[in-house]
Ligand binder design. Structure first.
Ligand code: SF4
Ligand code: SF4
Length: 424
């Protein structure tokens, strides 16, 4: 745990720019206080068709109503892949649409964005799940967080490197996590804190797995990311969990693994919300690495005793989510590294000269400046981080994605329901 936070900002001073450095514990204290004192609201909600009223109640009792009113808000659902909403692998579009409509009524400008786990296909996932249309009808706008532009964020702790994150995070007033309640083969539970992984564009998510293999290192890294964003001024103090339906064992198509806690959970603290999510799922908070590590660092509660629960306490432990099956990649560090190293390189960005109009849009958006135009041909250099921003930026479809033939089967399984026309 760091004792001090150093912030350096550039501010205009009589026409010149001066360097303003603030040293203090403000960022960390704000986080700790929110974590320790925030209440978590849990309210019954049995149907996605009628979730607006329980959502409004949860926003009011958690203090989010005042926190979000009249703000520019980014909702960050979990859109892992394009599976049907009944599979409960992603946040339900109706849930996000209802939340969007409520916030629009509070005079908020609402954006809804994620970077999908289906690398390179975030826009297709948003479209094919109906998220884009549902959000648009509710008065918001769906955005592809892989489309850039990005900024570099220096992350300390175990990450100790600069990560690319969407610039949009710094352009909105509030970022609200809207995760799905799920078990996870590596991190035991996927809820508020784990949802932050989707802020990393494209295959850079896989790089974090390679760098920090295993549950505890990865969860520590996600918390470091959370702290770095918080220190950089991104307001992450809001979470609304889609806990109507949850997934007890990731990836299984069998219906009996669907769980129905039928609750909405809302809080100003991601860490406190995670403790309540674990209790709702029948998990012990200490077996969830994100909760354990946050409490060891003194920035989150360790158990329900440190959280004020508002609403229906009877929902806690009502359902039992069996822990997800842990494959070799989740148990053996080398296998984990290899799996994510390969996965991060599954989708390659390639240029199709027959469609190119040499308009430089891809060159301008590339965060690592690895695209150049030589002899009228676009060349993509080896330092490409596979963020897929150039693909989203090209108006003529001249940047295409390629999956090596031996890995195509794996990709196709994850891409059910998505049009893969854009693959080269
Ligand atoms: S954005 Fe597309 S059309 Fe424009 S230079 Fe890049 S590849 Fe060519
Ligand atoms: S070429 Fe640049 S913009 Fe395109 S995927 Fe690679 S790093 Fe991203």
């Amino acid at each position: 745990m760091r004792d001090r936070v150093t912030r350096t900002r550039w501010r205009p001073l009589r026409g010149r720019r001066c360097r303003v450095t603030r040293i203090g514990v403000d960022g960390q204290c704000a986080r700790q206080q929110r974590a320790k004192t925030s209440s978590v609201s849990v309210h019954d909600c049995s149907s996605y068709e009628a979730c607006e009223e329980p959502l409004a109640l949860a926003l009011r009792t958690s203090g989010l109503l005042d926190h979000l009113a009249r703000k520019r808000v980014l909702l960050k659902p979990n859109m892992m892949k394009a599976s049907p909403a009944e599979r409960a692998e992603s946040t339900h579009p109706r849930f996000v649409a209802a939340l969007t409509a409520l916030l629009v009524n509070l005079d908020c400008e609402v954006l809804v964005g994620d970077s999908s786990g289906l690398l390179g296909f975030t826009q297709e996932v948003l479209d094919s799940t109906g998220m884009t249309d549902a959000v648009l009808r509710a008065g918001g706008k769906a955005v592809n967080l892989d489309a850039g532009p990005f900024v570099q964020l220096t992350v300390g702790g175990s990450v100790r490197r600069a990560l690319w994150v969407p610039r949009l995070l710094f352009e909105v007033d509030r970022v609200v996590q809207v995760p799905k309640l799920k078990t996870h083969s590596l991190t035991v539970m996927s809820a508020a804190v784990k949802n932050l992984m989707g802020l990393l564009p494209g295959a850079t998510k896989c790089d974090l797995h390679v760098r920090l293999p295993g549950a505890a290192p990865l969860c520590g890294g996600i918390i470091d990311l959370c702290c770095a964003l918080d220190d950089a001024g991104v307001d992450l103090g809001a979470v609304v969990v889609d806990g109507l339906w949850g997934l007890a064992r990731k990836g299984s198509p069998r219906g009996e693994l669907l769980r129905k806690p039928e609750v909405v959970i809302a809080s100003r603290s991601l860490f406190a919300a995670d403790v309540v999510c674990a209790e709702v799922m029948g998990l012990r908070p200490e077996e969830v690495p994100t909760i354990r590590i946050a409490s060891q660092r003194g920035i989150g509660p360790a158990s329900l005793d440190e959280v004020e629960v508002v609403g229906n306490r009877c929902a806690l432990g009502k359902t039992r989510f069996e822990p997800a099956w842990r494959g070799l990649k989740d148990r053996v560090e080398t296998a984990h590294r290899l799996h994510y190293w390969i996965r991060g390189r599954t989708v390659e960005v390639v240029h199709d000269p027959s469609r190119c109009r040499s308009d430089h849009a891809c060159i301008e958006i590339c965060p690592v400046r690895c695209i150049d135009l030589r002899d009228g041909r676009v060349r993509i250099g080896p330092s490409c981080i596979r963020c897929f921003a150039c693909h989203a930026a090209c108006p003529h479809g001249a940047i295409r994605l390629r999956v090596p033939r031996p890995l195509r089967g794996t990709f196709d399984r994850r891409a059910a329901g998505v049009s893969t026309d854009k693959l080269a």
